[in-house]
Design a protein around this ligand. Structure first.
Ligand code: SF4
Length: 233
């Protein structure tokens, strides 16, 4: 089976445990206001690749996968190509490789997501906002679909890390972070919550692509301030 891939990061250290190979798939139905990867949005872009070739490419890095490392599939939204990810992860499992899915929790039917989860060791899911209105306004997505996906990970017993981008003036109050934490803790398979500081390294990409970056005038999140917030949390 073939899929469309944006790029491979051979040695990543932030998208799951240990040292990992991270595959960025092409295509995303969301439009998050803080998206760093607008170049992954177009589902017809990127490189066409089949799962055998992708397995062959990533296994070259296997000697470096220390401390619980393995392969993470990210995007874009990888579940937009759910059947491709399912087959890729199944093949990686045949090689004993740890698989992680970095997703918004949208992009495919529940049945298709369930088939992917059969071969997924860890889900990294963004819980981007807490209300349906904010999800629609800032991501063009449905919170109910994300919640269905999170429930599915719990039903299937797949380890879960919830991630949340902390944006000044939007999601950076202590009260908001408390609510995110409480929402994430509803899921019994939760292993970790990661609060990620908003940054603006992507502005050049937006400029090159000739599209507006909605948070151009929002300052990057001060990491020392975020650390203080998390200590209080
Ligand atoms: S889901 Fe990810 S890739 Fe898609 S728009 Fe949001 S941040 Fe960007």
């Amino acid at each position: 089976m073939t899929g469309r891939m944006h790029s491979i990061q051979s040695l990543g250290a932030v998208d799951g445990p240990g040292v990992r190979c991270v595959i960025f798939l092409q295509g995303c139905p969301l439009r998050c206001v803080y998206c760093h990867n607008p170049d992954t949005w177009d589902a017809s872009g990127g490189e066409e690749i089949d799962t055998d070739e992708l397995v062959r490419r990533v296994l070259r890095y296997q000697p470096y996968w220390k401390n619980g490392g393995g392969v993470t599939v990210s995007g874009g939204e990888p579940l937009l190509q759910a059947a491709f990810v399912e087959e890729f992860f199944a093949k990686l499992h045949e090689h004993g490789v740890h698989t992680a899915l970095d997703t918004s929790g949208t992009g495919c039917s529940t049945a298709a997501a369930e088939r992917v989860l059969q071969h997924t060791d860890l889900v990294l899911c963004d819980l981007k906002f807490l209300t349906a209105a904010d999800y629609r306004r800032y991501c063009r997505a449905e919170l109910s679909q994300v919640e269905r996906f999170l429930q599915l990970t719990a039903m299937k017993g797949v380890a879960l890390w919830v991630r949340h981008v902390v944006v000044p003036g939007l999601t950076d109050s202590l009260e908001h972070l408390r609510l995110v934490k409480a929402r994430a803790e509803r899921y019994p398979n939760l292993q970790k919550i990661e609060f990620l500081p908003f940054h603006k390294l992507c502005i050049e990409k937006y400029d090159r692509m000739g599209i507006d970056f909605p948070l151009r005038d929002t300052p990057a999140m001060n990491e020392a301030w975020l650390k203080q917030l998390l200590e209080k949390l």
